[in-house]
Design a protein around this ligand. Structure first.
Ligand code: ZN
Length: 408
């Protein structure tokens, strides 16, 4: 099945026709005369009228908690206490209260994410002694439901730590046997208060099951640096280059320039990636990360859940938030936020995929690149980020999977 995208503007450039075949871009040429609606021009060839919209690589949400999402559910006032442990207990107290099951909520939110332009996802699924595998099974069901619309990797995530409650390590290992893609960890110092033991367990399981690692790191400056250094040591010792991600890493943004630079060099050398959700505090230094060759992706985190009322399944909105919290104004920088949210994230999910080489790099739309695409409307890419209009078309493996914010 061949799909021709007629009259589209790759990264906002001149109008072109882009041909998709076998899940990849197979031709990029001058724009032909436009028709008015999708038409089958010959056997096996369909034309989609781009109407001059901007063509981008599809969004990659590399840090989302599909197991806790409450999008589509009645709004409830925020009740979480301060700090990770109090928030976790608040979630534990309430997560069974909704009428909709985890599978139903995760399926709804994943569908909404696809409708808005995301076709590459890495979701956490909390596993602990309260939850068991129930939330993980809900996320796996959502992945199954949307398997033809998006690629979804799942992280078994010990949100409650590994050392505070007996049985935590055992349930995490059970989860790894269910077909998850990544082993999670969290705040080795601040939550479990024994960073060496925490990280040795996480990396030990990763080695045993041959899986990558993704560590939530909410720890402040020097504590966060200490944990990051322990992560670096283990990545080096186990030869896990390209297979480790630090999520959030809030504290790294607060480090003195010399310490930050030293750490960034380690992250670059060991190909340790980072995932940010564009929080309100000091932003990750995206330009320095790009210069150090560190892969960075973007995510929505929890969405209207027991942790946060924010998140709306729209990665274009979160891209605006990344640009805003990074204090970007110049078009090149706002476009870099889009590049992080699309190709940057894709390279976090697959270290063998193409990656950004600088803040000026706009890859992903050349012949041979994957047909993971989204059409958005706007005068320029920056204008599209500012306006975040609903006229979108989403393509996964060369096939239209959503149009006008509705699944096909
Ligand atoms: Zn998170």
């Amino acid at each position: 099945m061949t799909l021709i995208l007629r009259n589209v503007r790759p990264w906002g450039a001149e109008a072109t026709d882009v041909t998709l075949d076998g899940g990849a871009i197979t031709a990029v040429g001058p724009a032909s005369t436009a028709g008015t609606s999708p038409t089958e021009v010959s056997a096996g060839v369909t034309v989609l009228e781009g109407r001059g919209r901007i063509l981008l690589p599809s969004f990659s949400d590399v840090h989302v908690h599909l197991d806790s999402t409450r999008l589509g559910q009645p709004f409830r006032p925020h009740s979480g206490g301060p700090g990770v442990w109090a928030m976790m207990l608040n979630d534990r107290q309430h997560w069974r209260e909704d009428d909709a099951s985890v599978a139903e909520r995760a399926t709804h939110t994943l569908g909404a994410m696809i409708e808005h332009g995301t076709t590459r996802v890495r979701s956490f699924a909390q596993v602990d002694v309260d939850t068991g595998l129930e939330r993980l099974e809900g996320v796996l069901a959502a992945r199954q439901e949307h398997q033809d619309r998006a690629d979804v990797a799942v992280i078994a995530f010990p949100q409650a730590g590994l050392l505070r409650e007996p049985g935590s390590v055992e349930v995490l290992e059970e989860a790894l046997k269910l077909g998850v893609d990544v082993v999670g960890g969290i705040d080795p110092c601040a939550l479990d208060r024994d960073p060496v033991r925490h990280l040795d367990i996480v990396f030990g399981l990763a080695e045993k099951y041959g899986l990558p690692v993704d560590i939530h790191l909410h720890e402040p400056a020097q504590l966060g640096l200490f944990s990051a250094q322990l992560i670096v040591e283990r990545t080096r010792a186990l030869g896990m280059q390209g297979l480790v991600t630090i999520s959030h890493g809030y504290g790294l943004a607060e480090l003195p320039a010399g310490q930050l630079q030293e750490l960034l060099e380690d992250l670059g050398a060991l190909d340790i990636s980072m995932a940010t959700v564009a929080p309100s505090g000091e932003p990750l230094p995206l330009a320095k990360l790009a210069a150090a060759g560190v892969r960075v992706g973007l995510g929505q985190d929890g969405q209207r859940d027991f942790w946060s009322p924010y998140g709306n399944a729209d990665m274009l909105d979160r891209t605006w938030q990344l640009a805003f919290t990074s204090r970007f104004r110049a078009d090149e920088l706002v476009e870099h936020a889009v590049a992080v949210a699309t190709i940057g994230g894709a390279s976090v999910l697959d270290p063998a995929a193409m990656r950004l080489t600088s803040i000026a790099d706009r890859p992903g739309l050349a012949v041979g690149d994957p047909a993971e695409l989204v059409l958005v409307s706007g005068d320029t890419v920056t204008a599209a980020v500012m306006d975040r209009l609903p006229d979108r078309t989403v393509i996964h493996r060369g096939t239209v999977v959503a149009d006008q914010l509705a699944l096909l």
